[in-house]
Design a protein around this ligand. Structure first.
Ligand code: BGC
Length: 420
């Protein structure tokens, strides 16, 4: 009898301390869900999917300010042009021609960057889908890919103008295309490499600048063509390889502060699990002293979205950004495991081949899962179908919370269904 009691006691203790036993008691639809990187939204109109964002009272989104970053990227390109006038117009035709690599026509980040580049370069036209006749803000810009536009006749862009060192130039978007591979994966770097090969073969001497929605595609173009040609190339993400390439002529990128986003992704989940103020370790220092400085992020309470801010990385400051995977000392002090026991979490990346998410975001997540005592199961999708990911969430009962990176921003409902 005594033995049976002892066994029972051990069992009860195991149940109390093991995350899995805890998870078994909580219905899946009441567990924390953190959407990240791909904001639940309508991929055509950009309208936020509030059903997904308010799925339960432990649901949040973590991303970064796509518009602020997009404007910064556009400005970075213009600043460069202004500062490097001489020799920029490679064939001397009076036209500064640029090509634009588009990541995903249905992704808010990508749409914003296309708009930001066109706004800054004066090639933007009002978005016909919104039936607009004038551009008041970046949101009003047509973001459609144009295919090829060497004659300047495309209707989704216009010719802009720029004065450099007292000389006037036309600015023309010579070509732009969504870099989607045949299987359907977007932001696809090899596709961008193929595109620049085709573009350069057809009108190479007209291309004076390359702008890319991200570094994965930007570096593919740089390595395939523009490095050798000395053609200024700009990306986004501040992946370590792109920052290192600034020494070899890559002209600039934008840091979306992946350290802040990765921390926020896991931190909000930890706070929701601990049932503490969601700002713990964010704007309020936690027990270990972790806190985010206010100039790095903001929170929109109404939509439950956290946004990191962006910063430009150029020749002037790139040495400070060489290791995109380094943990940030301000928020990497490990929580005491006695007070914050290990919790089991499921997290997916939409695409095992995405440069930014795998090279920069994932190592940052792996820094902070330790800080926050989270035992994270990382699952990588094929970048094409939601089912490929959802099917691998075989037993949601085994996890206490979920961090989700959708393939398509419209697909929040399929994950919610899985957790219902
Ligand atoms: C990044 C891209 C990445 C995409 C994936 C964006 O924020 O800048 O590089 O491919 O997220 O969703």
């Amino acid at each position: 009898m005594k033995k049976a009691l002892a066994i029972l006691l051990v069992l009860v203790m195991v149940m109390a301390f093991s995350g899995t036993a805890f998870a078994a008691g909580v219905p899946n639809d009441q567990k924390p869900v953190i959407w990240f990187n791909r904001q639940p939204s309508n991929s055509t109109t950009g309208e936020l999917d509030m059903d997904a964002l308010t799925w339960n009272d432990k649901t949040y989104y973590v991303g970064f300010d796509a518009k602020q970053g997009a404007e910064l990227q556009g400005q970075m390109v213009v600043d460069y042009l202004q500062a490097h006038g001489e020799g920029l117009d490679r064939n001397g035709d009076g036209v500064i021609g640029y090509v634009l690599c588009i990541g995903d026509v249905g992704h808010n980040d990508s749409i914003a960057r296309t708009r930001g580049a066109r706004m800054a370069l004066g090639t933007a036209v009002p978005d016909p889908q919104q039936k607009l006749t004038e551009i008041k803000t970046i949101d009003d810009v047509d973001s459609s890919p144009i295919g090829t536009n060497t004659d300047g006749k495309a209707t989704d862009v216009q010719d802009g103008s720029i004065t450099i060192d007292g000389k006037d130039y036309i600015v023309r978007e010579l070509a732009s295309q969504e870099m989607k591979n045949q299987a359907g994966a977007t932001w696809d770097a090899p596709t961008a490499g193929n595109a620049i090969n085709a573009w350069s073969a057809a009108f190479g001497d007209q291309i004076d600048v390359v702008v890319s929605n991200n570094d994965g595609m930007g570096m593919a173009v740089f390595n395939a063509w523009s490095k050798e040609q000395g053609v200024p190339t700009f990306g986004y993400d501040a992946n370590s390889d792109a920052v290192a390439a600034i020494e070899d002529g890559y002209c600039g990128t934008i840091s979306q502060n992946a350290d802040v986003q990765a921390y926020l992704t896991l931190r909000t989940l930890r706070n929701a699990l601990d049932d503490v103020d969601i700002m713990t370790g964010i704007s309020i220092p936690d027990a270990a002293g972790n806190v985010l400085s206010e100039d790095l992020f903001y929170y929109d309470e109404e939509t439950r979205c956290f946004y990191a801010l962006n910063g430009a990385v150029t020749e002037a400051n790139y040495k400070d950004f060489l290791d995109a995977t380094a943990p940030n000392k301000a928020f990497s002090s490990q929580l005491d495991e006695k007070d914050f026991p290990v919790r089991n979490v499921w997290l997916n990346l939409y695409n095992a081949a995405d440069n930014f998410l795998n090279a920069t975001y994932l190592p940052q997540l792996q820094n902070y899962d330790k800080t926050l005592n989270l035992n994270v199961e990382y699952v990588k999708g094929d970048g094409q179908t939601e089912a490929n990911i959802i099917d691998r969430l075989g037993n949601p009962d085994a996890y206490e919370g979920f961090c989700i990176n959708m393939v398509k921003t419209d697909d929040g409902a399929s994950y919610m269904m899985k957790l219902s």
